[in-house]
Design a protein around this ligand. Structure first.
Ligand code: HEC
Ligand code: HEC
Length: 416
């Protein structure tokens, strides 16, 4: 669907003009959001905050190398509790549009936060703000019992004065709990949208601004990213400050991660991605009256069910900014919604050869990526439905060209 993708990227181009350069220090609402984002007390065992699973030094994802090397799902505040997905970057997420549908030939779903787009932004007018209300109360994450507990903890924290200074002295009154909880979401989103989080300070950005060149290999990688590698069709890299995503959804056919806790618990587990979210929308109608609901409300439950089937297994295109950011070269990062891949080299090899190498036998069995590499095969996909065969799978890239694409992605690390 490259025609539609170009329309989407044109709107991102416009958004890019409002981006300002790195500014030193944050204050007010953004600083308040940072305090909340970093506050370990906002969890059932006072041991987990947003920052625990989205840390700047590792590109705003999971900061535990050992976890990344295996299941890739971060443990919740309660020991032994796990979700089923790898944390995506919390940076550059605020720029995602509200979850919406574009009817052009078919239905193209765009935007929202989370791998499946279900933090729509329909409640607070901003996907990241809707998203931020989730983890505090998610039993597999910070696990607090209700919004009132989060508000009461913020109101008795050492930054409660800042909370009142930003949002008014009555914000902590017991009559205002729902409102206060919304303001907590908006504060966190303000921090996530701040210049401290969205730095646009990578080698690539310097290159875009005409300062500092990319070396020959990185330039080759950039050309391949934009051309033969087709990466740019989804991870949009054109424009002044591109975000390396068009916020659409695709099923790449990534294999199951055998060590993902959901798969360990049930080897038949299949992540439905966007399809699962659309089925949930079809099954209830409360969301239809939310203040910021988009074009999706024009779809009937029957249509949503129909579109769920053709979006089963699709996940949101993640930003590639900071995709290689890590505290030291030995630190392992995981890639893909289930954390199957452990290196950029391997995921690029997958894009290049998914449809060329044999399926690891016996098909349907679980294999680690280490096994796949050693045996020169690819395991069958986690979710066989709706796999994109147009834009990846057989790119005819040489080993040197794969390496160049990896080198280019390494120029996307902030703090250059
Ligand atoms: C236990 C680990 C954990 C904690 C704690 C946590 N997250 Fe996440 N975060 C995740 C996972 C896993 C996902 C993906 C979940 C999904 O797609 O279903 C995610 C997704 C996100 C996204 C979506 C990014 C995108 O591009 O779609 C944002 C933003 C985010 N988290 C911010 C936060 C904030 C803010 C907090 C604190 C209020 C927080 N997270 C707490 C693990 C965590
Ligand atoms: C058809 C759209 C599409 C194309 C083309 C595409 N990607 Fe992706 N990319 C995605 C989606 C969707 C995901 C997440 C898939 C999942 O987790 O199931 C992803 C994930 C990734 C990730 C993992 C990021 C993370 O944080 O986990 C990397 C790295 C990546 N892509 C690089 C590339 C490169 C390099 C190319 C070109 C060789 C490319 N992509 C081409 C859609 C695309």
């Amino acid at each position: 669907m490259s025609r539609t993708r170009i329309i989407v990227s044109a709107s991102l181009l416009l958004a890019a003009f409002s981006v300002t350069a790195v500014s030193a220090g944050i204050a007010g609402k953004e600083l308040l959001g940072k305090k909340i984002y970093d506050d370990l007390n906002l969890s059932i065992n006072n041991n987990q905050a947003c920052v625990s699973c989205h840390t700047g030094s590792v590109g705003w994802t999971g900061p535990d190398s050992l976890t990344n090397a295996h299941g890739a799902v971060m443990e919740g505040s309660i020991a032994g509790s796990f979700g089923d997905r790898k944390p995506p970057s919390s940076a550059y997420a605020t720029q995602s549009p509200l979850f919406n549908v574009q009817m052009q030939g078919g239905a193209l779903f765009v935007g929202g936060n989370f791998w499946d787009g279900r933090a729509t932004g329909w409640k607070l007018g901003n996907p990241a703000a809707d998203q931020a209300q989730g983890p505090f109360l998610n039993p597999k994450e910070q696990a607090l019992p209700e919004a009132a507990s989060v508000v009461s903890k913020v109101c008795s924290s050492d930054y409660s004065d800042l909370f009142k200074a930003v949002w008014g002295t009555t914000v902590c009154d017991s009559a205002n709990i729902d409102k206060a909880y919304d303001l907590i979401g908006l504060s966190v989103a303000a921090y996530e949208g701040s210049s401290e989080v969205n730095q646009f300070s990578s080698k690539f950005d310097a290159h875009q601004r005409g300062r500092g060149g990319l070396n020959r290999q990185e330039l080759l990688g950039k050309a391949l990213f934009m051309g033969q590698g087709k990466c740019n069709l989804c991870h949009v890299a054109s424009g002044r400050a591109p975000l390396f995503t068009d916020y659409t959804f695709d099923n790449l056919g990534i294999p199951k991660n055998p060590e993902n806790p959901a798969t360990v618990a049930d080897p038949t587990f299949v992540d439905p991605g966007l399809g699962g979210f659309l089925r949930n929308l079809a099954a209830n109608s409360d969301w239809r009256t939310l203040p910021f609901v988009t074009s999706v409300k024009n779809l009937t439950s029957d249509q949503l069910l129909q579109f769920a089937a053709v979006n089963d297994g699709k996940h949101k295109v993640p930003t590639l900014r900071n995709v290689d950011k890590r505290p030291d070269p030995a630190f392992v990062k995981a890639f893909g919604h289930n954390g199957y891949f452990k290196s950029l080299e391997r995921i690029v090899h997958f894009y290049n050869t998914r449809d060329v190498l044999p399926v690891c036998a016996p098909a349907g069995q679980l294999f680690s990526d280490e096994y796949a590499e050693a045996n020169n095969c690819w395991p069958s996909p986690e979710n066989p439905n709706n796999i994109n065969t147009q834009e990846l799978g057989n790119l005819n890239l040489t080993a040197a060209e794969e390496a160049a694409i990896v080198a280019f992605m390494k120029t996307l690390t902030d703090g250059y």
